[in-house]
Write a protein that binds this ligand. Sequence first.
Ligand SMILES: Nc1ncnc2c1ncn2[C@@H]1O[C@H](COP(=O)(O)OP(=O)(O)O)[C@@H](O)[C@H]1O
Ligand SMILES: [Mg+2]
Length: 135
Amino acid sequence: MGEELRLSIGADVDVVEARQQGRALAAVAGFTSGEQTVIAAAISEIARNILMYAKKGEITLSLIQNGDRQGVSIIATDQGPGIADIDRAMQYGYSTSHGVGAGLPGAKRLMDEFTVDSVVGRGTTVTMKKWRRIL
Ligand SMILES: Nc1ncnc2c1ncn2[C@@H]1O[C@H](COP(=O)(O)OP(=O)(O)O)[C@@H](O)[C@H]1O
Ligand SMILES: [Mg+2]
């Protein structure tokens, strides 16, 4: 373990990079190719949100382990405008940018653990984890 990667998000290329690095780390954690794609998709949505709403931020990817489980943790943090109503933001179809409004709820569905912490005027942190059992 001890594998940790910090990525700055400030442009479209950074979203692509985060997606690829996430996929690579998921492979190291032993996830199947399909699961790697799922993890990369969740990272992509959260990275896009950083760009769209906060302009810039950071994503930390790490390998995690707990008993007979191993997995990946993704922490996305920004110092953007924050989210006033997190429950609402987590609903499908809710968007303040005329977007699809599926990024946050979609990413939550794809991952095993998903939390949003946000303070208006301070910023937003999205933490998500996906686990696999080691036999
Ligand atoms: N990092 C963020 N900073 C501020 N607001 C955010 C952030 N991420 C998401 N949001 C808010 O949550 C809403 C829902 O996000 P999402 O489900 O990804 O849908 P969409 O991006 O299509 O609007 C956004 O419209 C925005 O208001
Ligand atoms: Mg979005």
